[in-house]
Design a protein around this ligand. Structure first.
Ligand code: GTP
Length: 244
């Protein structure tokens, strides 16, 4: 049997990844493809927790630029992540993958509240745990949520699935033809060069807690499994001096 490189992972899905080419809302084909990709990884015996963004529905920063109070706009974004999480739960359960959604902001009629030890228990039982509503705090991104939850549940890596790019580039690959893809980077390089992989809060949290990050494209079927099996696709970001 194929040997996965990791036992417990956090998959970070950006909201945009769920929108597919439409760029807005949830594209059911994309959702189904992601669900199958997660299923393949569960079948390898890997424990998978997912943090979903909300940018396909609402972006806190964009809202605040339109004059909505920043904290309020961020709470609206957190609610968007709950919608995405429920849609992902539905797509996974349609293909017989057991799941639990946990929210950082209590909404018990809709999902369980986030309880760290319970989340770990669900993972041990082979359930996909979907962390919804970010950290529950405004001013924190869902990338920071992924970093925080990864530290809390002792995930070995954050798998950051993208739908537009297949790794981290030296410049915007859509605008600059000379942009080169990095195979590996350190968090310090990401922070110093302002590479825009994650916001600086998330990068710092990963760096301080020695949590590696792999950025890759989710548009090709089977890529999550490839990454989990240790295939070198995308870009790996780690702390300087840490083993891969
Ligand atoms: P174990 O019994 O420990 O294996 O876990 P379990 O999740 O199956 O047990 P539990 O009885 O806690 O949950 C049964 C179902 O109710 C699951 O689908 C949970 O997601 C759901 N559930 C548990 N707590 C809550 C809650 O506070 N709100 C909502 N909406 N659902 C919940």
């Amino acid at each position: 049997m194929e040997q996965p490189k990791f036992k417990r992972v956090i998959l970070k899905l950006s909201g945009e990844a769920l929108a597919g080419n439409a760029g807005y809302g949830i594209e059911s084909d994309v959702m189904t493809s992601i669900a199958y990709q997660i299923k393949e990884v569960i079948e390898l015996g890997v424990e998978v927790a997912v943090v979903v963004g909300g940018g396909n529905i609402w972006r806190g920063i964009a809202g605040s630029e339109q004059g909505i109070d920043r904290a309020t706009a961020d709470y609206m974004g957190m609610l968007a992540t709950v919608m995405n999480s429920l849609a992902l739960q539905d797509a996974l359960e349609n293909i017989k993958v057991p799941t639990r959604v946990q929210t950082s902001i209590e909404m018990k009629q809709i999902a369980e509240p986030y309880i760290r030890r319970k989340a770990i228990r669900h993972l041990e039982k082979g359930r996909v745990v979907i962390f919804a509503s970010g950290t529950g705090n405004p001013y924190f991104s869902t990338d920071t949520t992924a970093a925080l939850r990864a530290a809390e549940i002792e995930a070995e890596v954050i798998l950051m699935a993208k739908n537009k790019v297949d790794g981290v580039y030296s410049a915007d690959p859509f605008k600059d033809k000379t942009a080169e893809k990095y195979d590996t980077l350190t968090y310090m390089e990401v922070l110093n060069q302002n590479l825009g992989v994650m916001d600086s809060t998330a990068s710092s949290l990963c760096m301080d807690n020695n949590i590696p990050l792999i950025i890759f494209s989710i548009t090709e079927n089977g890529n999550i499994k490839r990454v989990v099996l240790g295939e070198k696709i995308g870009t790996i970001v780690k702390r300087k001096g840490s083993a891969e």
